[in-house]
Design a protein around this ligand. Structure first.
Ligand code: SF4
Length: 205
């Protein structure tokens, strides 16, 4: 972990996983995964709620007490917009649960706590900043129509610097990366979901 001095006397930290496998698999150095693994191994939480990647278009929420399962679920998944609130409501009542949250997950969980459906003392949220998510079927169309790719060949995606990157696996295992500006995609009705275009809370607060 590295301390970085910022303006106005505030400071923030750059952090990443010490485990090389987690660091490589994570979207940004694996800090979230390493934190959940450590929380399980040190009995800080009973279970972790993570999303298992089936493809870039599909993810399944998994509740697990196995750190190895948490490691397998490292990485971000913008094409599987799952809101985790209902899983927390169903499973947090009796267990200490840890999970990464997008701002909309965090807001949903806090609203349920106000209604006394969950106890925030049992819930350990790791907040993620969020640039938006995509509808999986629209993302498949986008891959074919705008990136010229077979949607099933897309193995990774990323949103950064105002662009959506798709990485496809070609015959022979070679990977190719293509990107298009989000503004261009959204002008044609693709890109992020409508809810994400109008979302003004990109960082959990
Ligand atoms: S942009 Fe907002 S609504 Fe969309 S997934 Fe992120 S936090 Fe949720």
């Amino acid at each position: 972990m590295e301390e970085v001095k910022a303006k106005m006397n505030s400071k923030y930290y750059l952090a990443w996983a010490k485990d090389e496998g987690i660091r490589k698999k994570g979207a940004n150095g694996g800090f979230v995964t390493a934190t959940l693994v450590s929380a399980l191994e040190n009995d800080f939480i009973d279970v972790a709620l993570v999303v298992e990647k089936k493809s870039v278009y599909e993810g399944i929420p998994v509740l697990t007490s196995d750190p190895e399962v948490v490691k397998e679920c490292a990485g971000s998944l913008h094409g599987a917009p799952v809101n985790l609130t209902k899983y927390v409501v169903e499973h947090a009542a009796k267990k200490r649960i840890g999970l990464p949250v997008k701002p909309c997950d965090a807001r949903g969980i806090i609203e349920q706590a106000k209604r006394r459906q969950v106890n925030l003392d049992n819930i350990f949220m790791i907040g993620l900043n969020c640039g938006g998510t995509l509808h999986p079927l629209r993302m498949r169309e986008m891959a074919a129509d705008f990136y010229g790719l077979d949607p099933d060949s897309v193995v990774r995606e990323e949103i950064k610097e105002g662009k959506i990157f798709l990485v496809s696996e070609e015959e022979g295992g070679e990977e190719k990366e293509k990107w298009i500006k989000i503004d261009e995609l959204e002008a044609k009705g693709y890109g992020r979901r409508d809810a994400c275009k109008s979302c003004i809370t990109k960082i959990p607060t």
